[in-house]
Design a protein. Structure first.
Lengths: 50, 371
């Protein structure tokens, strides 16, 4: 059982937001990455990947 | 009342074992204070007796290597010190804190001592003191970037207004260099770039073009030039600087190695991922030998080697390198240091790039499947 990127980014985002602030570029990048991998995971499910 | 109360009265949680460990502070104490505090320095038995005396009066509560002092006791004790002695006690407190602060803020094993002394340093130390400088550097190195930026701003302002220094004193310029550095780390790369660019010609004129401080400003300017979006510009600046810094400081000086790391990073950011990977792979063993396998700068190079391994096409290799690195970085820097958080982000990303977008048995995958 290995956590995927969405789980990892979802756990990371509130911490990085608290430590660096909501508008630090690393926080914004993490937010975008979470969105990207969440979308990718949903697409993979829809297209039957994995 | 034992006179040592007056010293303890300055603190809330007073890390006495740390503050009184170094007998070298004795030379800094005024005569009236030296009689009381001097015998306690470097003598745990005498310190234990003094703490026991304070406990008998219920003035302090032991707390590990420290004592806790109630704020009221603190306020009353301070009020009872005769005004002509107050300055001497304040100076004594500053001298003890100065002597107790560790020497190298870049060393994570010294961060707990800095953390214990931080509130006392902020109360007792002058902005232009060496101790306050180390406190500001500690804040930045340990990940509190905005706090480091704000304190270096205060230090730079105090230096500028200080008649003994002024706007172009080398110490003032060094404070401005650090202000720019932590401005960038706190998220404002264009602001940091503009600060370094304004500072560089002044440092060149005052210190000379090949002074280590001037070279450091050039190195940082190259780094934030890339961060502000101009990777090719940063790479060209680093490439031009490297032979100079190598000649002046030596091939294995840590600043030379950091400039090599900047060049490698900018090489990757400008489009040559395999080149960046190979440069970091060549740099890492040197850094490990010179600075140790777990120094924060060594760990940063390992982080970059993993990243550019992935960018060059080996996502599974990057994932495995980040997975091996994360527990080490977390242990050395702490769970919430920005460097640890960045490593977690990269592990997440390369886990996905390696083809495991959803993760095995990943609950978020199941959640996503329903939306």
């Amino acid at each position: 059982m290995r956590p995927g990127p969405t789980t990892r980014y979802a756990a990371l985002l509130p911490i990085i937001e608290r430590v660096l602030g909501a508008e630090h570029r690393d926080t914004l990048t993490t937010r975008a990455d979470l969105a990207r991998w969440t979308r990718k995971a949903a697409d993979d499910v829809d297209t039957g990947v994995n | 009342m034992p006179p040592s109360c007056a010293l303890a009265g300055i603190y809330r949680r007073a890390p006495l074992a740390l503050l009184l460990a170094d007998a070298r502070a004795a030379g800094e104490l005024a005569p009236g204070v030296a009689d009381t505090v001097g015998p306690l320095l470097g003598d745990p038995v005498a310190m234990g007796d003094a703490v026991a005396a304070l406990r008998r009066y219920s003035l302090v509560t032991p707390d590990g290597d420290a004592v806790l002092v109630h704020r009221l006791v603190q306020a009353i004790t301070l009020a009872q010190i005769p005004s002509d002695a107050a300055g001497q006690w304040q100076q004594a407190a500053a001298a003890l804190i100065e002597a107790a602060l560790p020497g190298d803020p870049r060393e994570p094993s010294d961060w707990p001592a800095f953390a214990a002394l931080l509130p006392h340093a902020q109360t007792a130390l002058d902005l232009t003191s060496n101790g306050m400088w180390r406190i500001a550097s500690y804040l930045g190195e340990s990940g509190s970037y905005p706090a480091a930026r704000d304190l270096f701003q205060l230090i730079a302002d105090a230096d500028t207004e200080n008649d003994a220094k002024g706007a172009e004193h080398p110490g003032t310029l060094a404070a401005r260099h650090n202000l720019a550095r932590w401005t960038g780390a706190a998220g404002d790369a264009p602001g940091a770039r503009d600060q370094f660019a304004a500072l560089l010609p002044i440092r060149e004129r005052i210190l000379g073009a090949e002074h280590p401080g001037t070279l450091a400003t050039r190195a940082n300017l190259a780094e934030v030039t890339e961060q502000a979006g101009d990777a090719a510009g940063g790479r060209n600046q680093s490439a031009a600087l490297l032979p100079i810094i190598e000649r002046v400081l030596g091939a294995e000086h840590r600043d030379t190695l950091t400039t090599r790391a900047d060049l490698a990073f900018c090489t990757g950011a400008a489009g040559d991922a395999a080149g960046a990977r190979d440069q970091f792979a060549a740099l890492l063993p040197i850094r490990e030998r010179i600075q140790g396998a777990e120094h924060p700068e060594t760990l940063r190079d390992r982080h970059e080697l993993a990243r550019w391994t992935g960018e060059a096409g080996d996502a599974a290799g990057a994932r495995d390198q980040f997975a091996a690195l994360l527990p080490i970085i977390e242990r050395v820097l702490g769970a919430e240091h920005p460097g640890t958080l960045t490593t977690r982000g990269n592990l997440a990303n390369w886990t996905g790039e390696a083809g495991d977008a959803a993760g095995a048995h990943d609950p978020v995958r199941r959640a996503a499947a329903h939306h």
